[in-house]
Design a protein around this ligand. Structure first.
Ligand SMILES: Nc1nc2c(c(=O)[nH]1)N[C@@H](CN(C=O)c1ccc(C(=O)N[C@@H](CCC(=O)O)C(=O)O)cc1)CN2
Length: 312
């Protein structure tokens, strides 16, 4: 029987660490870290995620400010808000919930957030630093995936890892983090020929294709570790909406360990957001030079501060 990797429990442990860091900042006379969350429009899932983020901030003592903008907000107005937040010293983290309405170019908006406040790790500077192994803020879901893997695998050196999905938010950054940890990484996607055969070779599969039950039991070798990033809402036989992942959970009892959906990667995304916000605050207060990372192979070089040239 495969072990179930309890993302909620691991996220709760990370939140305890984050809360202790916030308490230590307050005890040293620093203001609480501040996170500004921008939500444009009324996408129901985004509203849920933003609500969870705000509540999670309260739990660990981060000051959060929500900026809810109408769905027809212009790109210029959104950019103006970001410029204002970039300039405020009490704002340590800024995130713009995606997806954004179609009149807004996400690349332009995410690239307008100051790299040192980009706690989502989506800014091209942070993406570049991750892909060159030179530090920067690591995106929350990939960071959470690495921590979940670290909970069951001590050393990734030479492990065969198959990543399914090539998104900028998950697939590509996860692949870079795994490479930094000395894994042998194969990045695939739903159009990859022979995907089942490729997956059958893997010690670890990270499924992030957004394709419900894509990874079937016979795709998985005995003793593999399975990380399911997919979250799709479907209507169950009872007519109720339920969440399903990219892995056919009921067919993988022969795996060593598997993350559930819900309760696996999702909670880690929010816990890593809080952790990134405190790391950004500690850099802003001059306590740390870099955001560091506490998983095998995590980059530890100085964080780009957004002013002047990129450090070597
Ligand atoms: N600016 C960002 N936008 C988006 C991100 C992101 O990291 N930054 N990721 C996703 C959505 N997301 C966070 O924003 C997110 C998704 C899922 C969960 C989560 O806890 N899921 C639960 C199930 C909850 C439910 O849907 O009912 C679980 O898996 O247990 C948290 C955060 C896209 N946008």
């Amino acid at each position: 029987m495969a072990d179930i990797i309890d993302g909620r429990a691991i996220a709760a442990q990370l939140d305890e660490v984050t809360k202790a860091q916030v308490d230590a900042l307050l005890a040293d006379g620093h203001p609480a870290p501040g996170l500004d969350v921008i939500l444009v429009g009324n996408d129901p899932a985004s509203e849920v995620y933003v609500r969870h983020k705000i509540r999670a901030c309260e739990r660990v003592g981060i000051v959060s400010r929500k900026h809810q903008l109408p769905a027809d907000t212009s790109q210029d107005d959104l950019l103006a808000l970001i410029a204002t937040l970039n300039a405020k010293p009490e704002v340590h983290g800024i995130l713009c919930q995606v997806p954004l309405p179609e009149q807004i170019d996400p690349a332009l908006v995410l690239g307008a957030i100051a790299p040192n406040k980009d706690v989502d790790g989506f800014h091209p500077v942070n993406v570049g630093r991750l892909s060159t192994g030179t530090g920067g803020i690591v995106p929350c879901t990939p960071l959470g995936v690495m921590k979940l893997i670290a909970s069951v695998v001590d050393d990734l050196t030479g492990k065969d890892v198959v990543v399914i999905g090539k998104s900028n938010i998950v697939g590509k950054p996860v692949a870079n983090l795994l490479l930094d940890a000395e894994a042998t990484v194969t990045v695939t996607h739903i159009y990859t020929h022979g995907l089942a055969d490729i997956c059958r070779q893997a010690d670890i599969i990270v499924a992030a294709a957004g394709a419900p039950r894509l990874v079937r039991g016979h795709w998985v070798k005995d003793g593999a570790v399975l990380i399911d990033v997919g979250i799709t809402r479907i209507e169950g036989e009872d007519g109720k909406t339920k969440l399903v992942g990219d892995i056919a959970f009921d067919e993988v009892q022969h795996a060593a360990a598997v993350t559930p959906v819900p309760g696996g990667v999702g909670p880690m995304t929010i816990a890593c957001l809080l952790s990134n916000t405190v790391k950004a605050a500690r850099v802003a207060y001059g306590i740390d030079k870099n955001v560091g990372n506490d998983f095998p192979g995590g980059p530890t070089r100085p964080m780009f501060t957004g002013s002047g040239s990129i450090p070597n």
